[in-house]
Design a protein around this ligand. Structure first.
Ligand SMILES: [Zn+2]
Ligand SMILES: [Zn+2]
Length: 305
């Protein structure tokens, strides 16, 4: 079965600590590797996580504060060194100059094709065979994007029912194309031998005050990765610095109808993350406070019958 998980490569806000690297988050699903916000040191975090950097097919930058992008240049160089053919990069268009500086911060012989997607306005920014990528501007005082990836629905066939209905080999594709087929067992309708597996959605809402677009980004997600820089005791600080508290992140997950919440981007003032789970868990469950190298799987929904 193909991989479906979120690997946490870092969890700190602003500056790294002894136990937390700058943030970076790798979602592997829909046949791709989506790397969000490669902070400083992300390249080395891949080695500790035992994941080849070549797993990355798309890099998505929420905004150009250093803790979200300082590792972009080294990741691009590494992918170049590893002879990856191409990589897609998404970022807020107003940060183009920072993207260019990070990309060309040092000398190297560039052979990789970097396909840039500067995002000027919110909405659907990529429509691919397996997924749709949406981005929405959040409320962080600077241009900052929340991202949502919606996997496409898939038709799945029941093997035993196909056998019973005497649909074999290329006839399965024909049935998929035409919706029904005549076999030795009679007229077979596609819905009798298959079902639709609803695609999952994941979202990344990092660095924002509570806002409508955060809700829009997070709606009905299987897994929501949200920042909670502060606890609610520092709610005023969170507001002044355009951040969420653990409580606000939980409210977001609840209001959006998310199924699971992972918290990250913790202020260095907190050494123990258990208070984040406690605060958020009073409002929404399941919730996790991420730590560097944690892995959160989100396996495919089981056969409905
Ligand atoms: Zn940040
Ligand atoms: Zn920020």
């Amino acid at each position: 079965m193909s991989m479906r998980n979120l690997t946490i490569l870092g969890t700190s806000s602003q500056h790294p600590t002894r136990s937390r690297n700058h943030g970076a988050y790798l979602f592997r699903f829909a046949g791709e590797g989506f790397l969000f916000d490669p902070g400083e040191g992300t390249q080395r975090q891949f080695i500790f996580a035992n994941i080849p950097p070549t797993a990355v097919t798309r890099i998505l930058i929420t905004h150009f504060h250093g803790d979200h992008c300082l590792g972009l240049g080294s990741m691009l160089m590494r992918l170049n060194l590893d002879k990856v053919e191409k990589v897609h990069c998404y970022y807020p268009a107003s940060g183009k100059k920072y993207f260019d500086r990070l990309r060309y911060g040092t000398m190297y012989h560039e052979v990789i094709e970097v396909i840039e997607h500067p995002i000027h306005e919110g909405g659907i920014v990529a429509e691919e065979e397996n997924f749709t990528l949406e981005a929405h501007f959040l409320d962080h005082g600077v241009d900052n994007l929340g991202y949502r990836i919606q996997e496409k629905d898939e038709r799945k066939f029941y093997k035993d029912k196909l056998k019973e209905a005497k649909v074999f080999g290329p006839d399965v594709r024909k049935l998929e194309r035409e919706g029904q087929i005549e076999t030795e067992a009679g007229l077979i309708k596609i819905e009798d031998v298959s079902y639709i597996r609803k695609g999952d959605a994941i979202a990344v809402v990092i660095d924002t005050k509570p806002c409508e677009n955060a809700l829009k980004t997070a709606r009905d997600t299987r897994l929501l990765l949200a920042e909670s820089t502060y606890l609610d005791s520092e709610r005023d600080l969170a507001r002044d610095h355009y951040h969420l508290t653990a409580k606000q992140a939980a409210e977001l997950a609840k209001d959006a109808g998310a199924k699971e919440l992972v918290l990250t981007h913790f202020s260095a003032r907190y050494q123990d993350e258990s208070a984040f789970v406690e605060e958020a868990g009073a409002i929404f469950k399941p919730v996790h406070a991420a730590h560097d190298f944690a892995v959160y799987p989100f396996p495919k929904m089981k056969n409905p019958l």
